[in-house]
Design a protein around this ligand. Structure first.
Ligand SMILES: NC(=O)C1=CN([C@@H]2O[C@H](COP(=O)(O)OP(=O)(O)OC[C@H]3O[C@@H](n4cnc5c(N)ncnc54)[C@H](O)[C@@H]3O)[C@@H](O)[C@H]2O)C=CC1
Ligand SMILES: O=C(O)[C@@H]1CCC=N1
Length: 275
């Protein structure tokens, strides 16, 4: 699918509920890829200066639902906890043929259908969406039409790549791996810097080395056709410094065991958010 054409071809009004970090990143991606701002309605009680400024380009900010009517597409980017209270207020935007795209962690298709109705696509993006390098996993309810699915795909693809799954049961683990995953990598940069300071480096230098190493390794992984295991082996000289470090990281109580526990904890939390 040609994304820029697809976004320009999408018909009807798009209502975005919640223009915080993720909703704002998605809106930026849509407008950058040619979506007509006049077709966008944003419901956001605390708009950032950047979101507020979009009014000059024709985005409608917090209009009365009566003036909007039912949307062709409603994208819900509220916190899951907010949705319980705010969800019913979104009902005026949902008609019989409205596509509802939710990016809320843990909020199930059936909960979305119960509160708002519509044809639901549940999706899980991640924050690299802000630079067009996100990855989103999406699952469609059985009443989502092929056209609606293409609309959802175009909107989600505006911030990076998209994987569709058929099994909603995968979404909690998806959230734990790619939704939350960027935080694990940023923590790695923080802890690598702290370990550098422990090893005697000045704070500023350690921070710069850790940041550039994580960013450079990520970029190499992105551009290379090699697997992450091959790229790791390329760094590791037999009997060298990397092998000594990897013996710790890959040993008992190493990164694998920690990652298993971290991903299990995030997966469990995602299932709890559904309740
Ligand atoms: N931050 C992340 O890394 C990711 C977040 N998500 C999901 O995206 C959703 C939003 O998360 P963030 O953007 O991080 O949160 P955020 O707090 O930055 O954005 C939520 C926005 O909703 C607004 N809001 C509050 N009440 C509202 C109402 N009644 N109507 C309309 N808007 C209202 C808030 O003012 C805020 O700007 C969450 O459900 C989260 O699970 C999904 C993937 C990644
Ligand atoms: O922490 C959270 O609940 C959200 C979902 C994935 C990333 N942030």
């Amino acid at each position: 699918m040609n994304t820029s054409n697809a976004l320009q071809d999408i018909a009807g009004t798009i209502v975005l509920a919640g223009a915080g970090k993720m909703g704002g990143a998605m809106l930026t991606g849509w407008l950058a890829r040619g979506l007509d701002p006049k077709r966008v309605v944003v419901i956001e009680p605390h708009p950032s200066a950047g979101i507020g400024a979009l009014a000059t380009r024709g985005v409608r900010l917090n209009p009365s639902p009566d003036d909007v009517g039912s949307a062709a597409t409603l994208v819900v980017a509220l916190k899951p906890q907010m949705f319980r209270e705010a969800g019913p207020m979104l009902k005026p935007f949902v008609g019989p043929s409205t596509l509802l795209v939710s990016i809320m962690a843990g909020t199930t298709i059936s909960a979305l259908q119960e509160v708002c109705g519509g044809s639901v696509v549940r999706a899980m993006p991640n924050t690299p969406a802000a630079i067009g390098r996100g990855i989103t996993v999406a699952v469609a309810a059985s009443n989502v039409s092929a056209v609606q699915r293409a609309v959802a795909d175009a909107l989600l693809r505006a911030t990076g790549s998209v994987e569709w799954v058929d099994d909603e049961g995968l979404m909690d683990a998806v959230t734990a791996v790619s939704g939350s995953g960027p935080a694990y990598i940023f923590l790695l940069a923080e802890e690598l810097a702290r370990a550098g300071v422990e090893a005697g480096l000045p704070q500023e230098l350690a921070t710069k080395l850790a940041r550039e190493t994580v960013a450079g390794a990520g970029e190499l992984l992105h551009r290379s056709e090699d697997s992450s295991a091959t790229l790791r082996k390329n760094v590791t000289s037999p009997g060298g410094t990397t092998a000594a470090a990897l013996e710790v990281l890959m040993g008992p109580d190493g990164l694998w065991q920690l990652m298993i526990r971290a991903v299990a904890a995030a997966t469990k939390r995602s299932t709890e958010l559904a309740k």
